[in-house]
Design a protein around this ligand. Structure first.
Ligand code: GAF
Length: 384
């Protein structure tokens, strides 16, 4: 039985009713990492790995959740929502945000499961949060638009879960469009869809199988370091608001000598924003080779200057870099584990898969897991 049928059966069994289904995808990001919370640019897309939710409204205020993949349940009430430090927080956090915004709710039943490996840097948490918000909006006819929904997801993650993430993951999962990447300005939330014109090239994810945790990792520290850099620069340039407004000359003049540690963090972000702009221009010109080189530059910066990589991710990128038919590779997402993203010529795909599987095992003792991505639409109601 496929996953949707299993969720339907579990829902029917637990709640004796027919559910509504929501599909909420994970995301990739081609380039522009750790730029979103610095009001910079990102280039993500929704993918064919998703969280699926079977949901239904209740007549009372109770909340009944079943995490299918974990075989775990949660039962609570709308009237006493409290942090649990478990998976349930991703649902509870969103519900709490709807309450704070005074959107009228009743209880819900929800069975969910999915195909996004947890902790793989493909945004399973943002997908789940978006899925819950989308479901509440549908079930209680709240009339919220997608942007409002994804902002509620981000607030849930920031305030309830406690990870000070930017807007990229929620945006990509909610706003994704099949066959397109999203060029998103994280300051204004202006965005444009660009068709992914990479004839004969595949987007391949290689999972390091190192589990990351944004909350316990140094993600929040990196964010604080960027903000500290901005505060120092503001004493000289009162008009800057974020690293988006900062140039390398400003950093070289005012931070390099005085705060070498903060300098490296901030310089990475300033350079990554520029790499994204150069990358978008390269893609528009059909120059995937240049785009690939920018990806390697992004990885170097993330690994050496921003220090959010890990030995396994560096090994995956190192192997990819030496393999014929690979145009670019880099770690993706928050870091400290998860996946690399690779642009691989279709005709070189099998050789790449064999080589990286073997060599990664040899160097780390671990198995990698490869996924060739399709770019899909964002969060939506689906039928069985
Ligand atoms: C994680 C966060 F959730 C995003 O907001 C983003 O900062 C990303 O790390 C790094 O680019 O996925």
């Amino acid at each position: 039985m496929d996953l949707l049928n299993q969720l339907a059966a579990s829902f029917q069994n637990a709640f004796n009713a027919e559910p509504t289904f929501v599909c909420s995808p994970g995301r990739v990001n081609l380039i522009g990492e750790h730029t979103d919370y610095n009001e910079g640019f990102v280039l993500p897309a929704a993918i064919d790995k998703a969280v699926y939710l079977a949901v239904g409204p209740r007549a009372d205020n109770e909340l009944h959740f079943i995490a299918h993949d974990l075989s775990k349940t949660y039962v609570g009430s709308l009237d006493t929502i409290q942090k649990t430090n478990t998976w349930a927080d991703y649902l509870l956090g969103v519900i709490a945000q709807f309450q704070q915004a005074n959107h009228p709710l009743r209880g819900i039943n929800c069975v969910f499961g999915g195909t996004i490996p947890m902790g793989s840097g493909l945004s399973s948490s943002a997908a789940l949060e978006n899925g819950v918000g989308f479901a509440l909006n549908e079930l209680f006819d709240l009339g919220l638009d997608r942007i409002s929904l994804l902002k509620l997801s981000q607030r849930a993650e920031n305030e309830f879960v406690g990870a000070k993430v930017g807007i990229m993951d929620m945006f990509a999962s909610m706003m994704g469009k099949a066959g397109h990447v999203i060029k998103l300005d994280c300051r204004s939330l202006d965005y444009a869809y660009a068709p992914l014109q990479m004839e004969g090239i595949r987007i391949v994810l290689c999972d390091s199988r190192v589990k990351h945790s944004l909350v316990t990792s140094e993600y929040n520290t990196r964010r604080a370091e960027c903000e500290a850099g901005v505060r120092l620069l503001q004493t000289v340039y009162p008009n800057i608001r974020s690293l988006r407004d900062v140039t390398m000359t400003m950093l070289d003049t005012h931070l390099k000598e005085k705060e070498p540690h903060l300098y490296r963090r901030c310089a990475y972000v300033v350079q990554e924003n520029q790499r994204l702009l150069d990358g978008v221009a390269a893609l528009e010109a059909g120059d995937v080779a240049t785009f690939g080189q920018l990806m390697y530059g992004s990885h170097e910066g993330l690994s050496r200057w921003y220090e959010v990589s890990c030995p396994e991710l560096d090994i995956l990128v190192g192997i990819a870099r030496q393999q014929p038919g690979v145009l670019g590779a880099r770690m993706m997402g928050g870091g400290f584990g998860g996946c690399t993203i690779n642009l691989v010529e279709a005709r070189a795909l099998d050789a790449f898969a064999n080589r990286i599987t073997e060599e990664y095992k040899r160097q780390t003792g671990k198995d990698t897991y490869l996924h060739v991505c399709k770019i899909q639409d964002g969060t939506n109601v689906i039928s069985l």
